[in-house]
Ligand binder design. Structure first.
Ligand code: MLT
Ligand code: MN
Ligand code: ZN
Length: 298
C-alpha cells in the first residue's frame, strides 16, 4: 500500500491567506525553518496506478498538479483517481470535490449523513450523478474501494462549522465524523484527521496498526485564544491538542502502532517550526509531522 500526503495542513492551509500569527509570519518571510503546506488530503494506492483520495481539500487542483502519480496517463480524458472517501463534511475536506467535475467517473464514499449534507447544497450538483456514484458506507461495515479494504468508524467529533449553532455539543460519536481503517495485503493504515478526544474503544481499535495519521490541529488547547485569533479552544473546534493531560501525546502514548504521524496541522501550531522545542517534544514522544509530498509504503 502506498500512502501519499497531498496536503497536511488544517483548514486555511499554511500560511493562511489572512494570518500573520508567529508561525504564518515565518512562512510569509520564506523562512527555511518552515515549509508551506496545503489543506489535508491523502491519496492511497495498492498498485501505484489507481488512487483513492481520502478527503478532497480546496487545494486539490494544485495538489494533483504537484503529484505526477495523479496526472492523466492516457490520451484524451482520464484520471488515476478512482474514488474519494470522506471522513466528514467539513469545508476543508469537501470543497475539492468541485475541482473534480468534468464528467470523470469515480465513486464517492461517505456516510449517508455526510452525503445528505452535500446533497442539500445545490453547488455539488456539478458532480453529475451519472458519472459520480454516491455510495453510502455504514459504520463498522467493511467496504472495498480501489483494491483497499476499508472500515469507517465513528470518532468523537462534530457537525461541520457551517451547520453548527451556538452552544452545540462537541464530541458525540456519530457518522458525521469518522476514522478510516484501511487494509491491504495484511498491512493496516488508520486515518483520523479530526477527533475531539480519545476513548478506550479508539485505543483498542488502533492497536496493531502499521501506520496512524492523527489529528494534529493544535499544540496547546488554548492556542488560538492565547494568540487572540479566535475564542475557540481546540476542544471547542472538535479537535485535540497535542499536549496536556487529555492531549494526544498522553492519550496515545502507549498504543502499539508502528508509525504515528500528525496531520491536519493548524497554521498556528508551533510544531510546524522545524527547530522549535515543541517540534522536539513531539518527535521525542515518537511522533512524526506530516508534510506535503510525504510518502509511506507499507
Ligand atoms: C475543522 O477541521 O474543524 C474545520 O475544517 C474547520 C473549518 O471548517 O474551517
Ligand atoms: Mn478541518
Ligand atoms: Zn497563522
Amino acid at each position: 500500500m502506498h500512502v501519499l500526503v497531498l496536503g497536511s495542513a488544517a483548514g486555511g492551509g499554511f500560511p493562511q491567506w489572512n494570518c500573520r500569527c508567529p508561525v504564518c509570519s515565518l512562512a510569509w518571510e520564506g523562512s527555511p525553518r518552515v515549509r508551506p503546506r496545503t489543506q489535508s488530503t491523502v491519496a492511497v494506492s495498492v498498485d501505484g496506478a489507481s488512487w483513492v483520495l481520502l478527503n478532497a481539500s480546496p487545494d486539490l487542483r494544485a495538489q494533483i498538479l504537484a503529484a505526477p502519480q495523479l496526472h492523466p496517463q492516457r490520451e484524451g480524458r482520464s484520471s488515476p483517481i478512482e474514488s474519494v472517501i470522506l471522513s466528514n463534511a467539513d469545508l476543508d475536506h469537501v470543497a475539492g470535490l468541485l475541482a473534480l467535475r468534468e464528467n470523470h467517473s469515480f465513486a464517492l464514499h461517505a456516510s449517508a449523513e455526510v452525503l445528505e449534507t452535500l446533497d442539500a447544497d445545490p453547488v455539488f450538483r456539478v458532480l453529475n450523478p451519472s458519472f459520480v456514484r454516491r455510495i453510502p458506507f455504514r459504520l463498522d461495515h467493511p467496504f472495498a474501494s480501489g483494491g483497499l479494504h476499508i472500515v469507517a468508524f465513528a470518532v468523537p467529533g462534530k457537525r461541520p462549522l457551517f451547520f453548527q449553532s451556538e452552544g452545540e455539543g462537541i464530541g458525540s460519536e456519530t457518522e458525521m465524523t469518522v476514522g478510516l481503517d484501511i487494509t491491504s495485503n495484511g498491512r493496516r493504515f488508520v486515518y483520523i484527521p479530526g477527533c475531539a478526544h480519545v476513548t478506550d474503544a479508539l485505543r483498542a481499535r488502533l492497536a496493531g496498526a502499521d501506520l496512524l495519521f492523527f489529528d494534529g490541529t493544535t499544540f496547546t488547547d488554548d492556542e488560538l485564544p492565547a494568540l487572540g485569533l479566535s475564542s475557540k479552544t481546540a476542544a471547542r473546534m472538535g479537535h485535540m491538542a497535542m499536549i496536556g493531560e487529555s492531549g494526544s501525546l498522553n492519550a496515545l502514548a502507549h498504543i502499539n502502532v508502528a508509525r504515528k504521524v500528525f496531520i491536519h496541522l493548524n497554521n498556528t501550531n508551533p510544531v510546524l517550526i522545524e527547530d522549535s522545542p515543541q517540534r522536539r517534544t513531539v518527535e521525542a514522544s515518537g511522533w512524526e509531522i506530516a508534510f506535503d509530498g510525504m510518502t509511506v509504503s507499507l
